[in-house]
Design a binder for this molecule. Sequence first.
Ligand code: MIG
Length: 793
Amino acid sequence: MFFGQKIHPLNFDCPDRLTVDVDAVDLSGPGIRLRVRCTEPFAGCLRLRFENAAVADPRQHSDAVLPEWREGRPVAVQPEADRVVFAAEAGRVELSATYLRLELAGFALATVVAGIGACGEALLLNFDLTGVDGCYGFGERTRRLNKLGDSADCLTVDVVAVFRHTYARDDYDPSYVVIPFAILKKGERFLGLFFDNPGRAIMDAGKVQPSEFGYQSLGGDTDVYALAGPSLPEVTRRYATLTGWAPLPPLWALGYHQCRWGYQSEAEFLDLAAQFAAVDVPVSALWYDIDYMDDNRLFTWDRVDFPDPAGLNRDLKAAGIRAVTIVDPGVKREPGYAVYESGRERKAFCQTASGREYVGKVWPGDTVFPDFTLETTREWWAGWLAEFLRENAVDGAWLDMNDPATGYSRTEEMRFQHGAISHDRYHNQYAHFMAMASRAACDRLDPDGRPFLLTRSACAGTQRYSAVWTGDNASNWKHLRMALPCSLNLSLSGVAFNGPDVGGFMDDTTAELLVRWHQACCLFPFFRNHSIRHSRPQEPWQFGPGPLAAIRGAIRTRYRLLPYLYQCFFAHWLDGDPIIRPLLYHHAGPEYVDLDDQYLVGDALLVAPILHGEGRGPEIVRGGIKYQERSVTLPPGWWFDLNRGEWVRGGRMIPYAAALDELPLFARDGAVLPYYAGPLQNSVMDLRAIELHLFCRERAARFDYYVDDLETRHYQDGGYGVARIAAEWDGERLRVEVVETGDHPRDTVVFTPVLYGHPETRELELTVNGETMTRLLRSARREWLCREWAVRF
Ligand code: MIG
């Protein structure tokens, strides 16, 4: 089947008979026999399992759902006249011989006529979209945020290698990541549908048939999880409950990352570190792409260019810069090469049906691929990777080419578990198991530490092991624009820790594009500048002082707000809310349904980046300075413009003109932004002193600040505290109260309130854990973007 093709609905056989068994229902007809069961894994979540009699291997090979929910409490079948009902706390399902109807939290969804079918192993579910005005999620895709009218082919692909001609377009479908999760919106209500089938599948949200949502899985059995709203956060949180969330990252991983394919030698890395210091731009990690290896052999270094990697990495670390190395899955098939020999001995590699080692052709030449689905292989891998990281003082691993990319060689012959399981069952999950094995390596190194992994390919659930970057984009304005909806939908699909190649990977970037890309993504969960070899270099200083100053402003703002980002990660770990969110996450109204050129960070910050330039969009010249224009949709209430230092009334769309060093960035009234005011020395930050930037104009401000050791996994056993912050203006005085509770020593963080409030506020009353002090507000200056604003504290 070619990419993007579907099975015509008329090729499916549909059931016309329903029979009831003890805990299942059989739907049958000519050419079709489907068994349907219903369970309730947890409140607000129903699972419908579709077992197709034509399926050769009926085992569920997916690792998406957390083990504790894989079975769930069976929901009893209640037969009625011409149908059956599964009634659970979360909602109900009605099933007749010819249709299926779900209703959860007031959201009803039913199949269309002939909407249930089978064609060999393929399953069809076609739902009626009447009344549905939005569709989100879909994992990592191109195009717009709202997927109504769009479709997705769920097969992980090394996009640029396979579809060379599409690389600079912004509307191609193939993707490195596959997550068959759709969130439907009907007015104010949302409903999530997660199709748990690890194989190739199609989702079509009204592209082929405008009023229908069609799901087609091409093989294996499918578990459909329906996740109740009614609100979007409720759906997202339930999806996180079902498939897991990102553990807390190390702080350094939240800083700025510098990467490039082509950094070649020790001298180059030392020079990079010196350049960052010279231009006063903090950087938390430098990345080694494939050039560091000895002839593309995994777990080796080119010792001519890198005579002492451990020494180099220790020196970098002393300056606050961490090291991350790329790790491809492919092992050079070379007799005598220790990694290959040891894997071969253990039968660690994927095999063909007859039991030969499956061979692809990638960077190392003839290449074999670890079968990460085998526990023994994962152990073998963890041993090698842990040793490599330890010996070379490497802090993180970058998992590339795991879609899996087999180069010249077709992937289908690659089978799993010693050739016993077909390629399709694990193709989309290859990266997932690689990430799991790599995480195990980190656990060996430091069982109580916080690993950092980044993967290109992923499936549902991979967020438990690794962050994701969105693969090979190109240095053009379309790809910058696309980065927003792509990362937002990926965030709604459970992968909160994600981001694109900033500046664009392929082709030559330009000064304006590089600046705007840094601004647009400086508050993304993952923030890395990366580019392809031979393209125009794109480190922050490559375009002279003007662009450098603008980029510096964006990067430094990220470090200033790093405590806020960390809090967003903590909240994500607690309840599953994504870090960056489309506005419709918190605001209801038709203006947000398609809004994807601005976004929220947590619930307090609104970013409306400039996504055009070089004369390609509205701009004006004033006083010899060029400004790019756009409109910003501000939800109701007051917003503080952090770019200009003034309050703006919301509930409307405002025009905005931003010079090259300006980013439209707003904090909502009632927000508390934890701010780091100390010295910026790469990843070295002392978060024991935090400023609480309080935005209190008309609304009281509230925030739960989680306090933990920032380094270990103790938080997972409840080893954290929470400082509940409340600030309110009573007409003349601002009262701020901080109360710490929980399982972490109190007063380990000193909070200093900083006020962006009513101009008439004179006095501040601060109560910390019961002790009160009052003082007059004084004025100071604080860094925001490229300027400093007078603040009062
Ligand atoms: O075939 O390692 O997406 O980030 O720089 C290309 C070289 C292999 C693809 C990754 C890209 C990386 C590049 N890799």
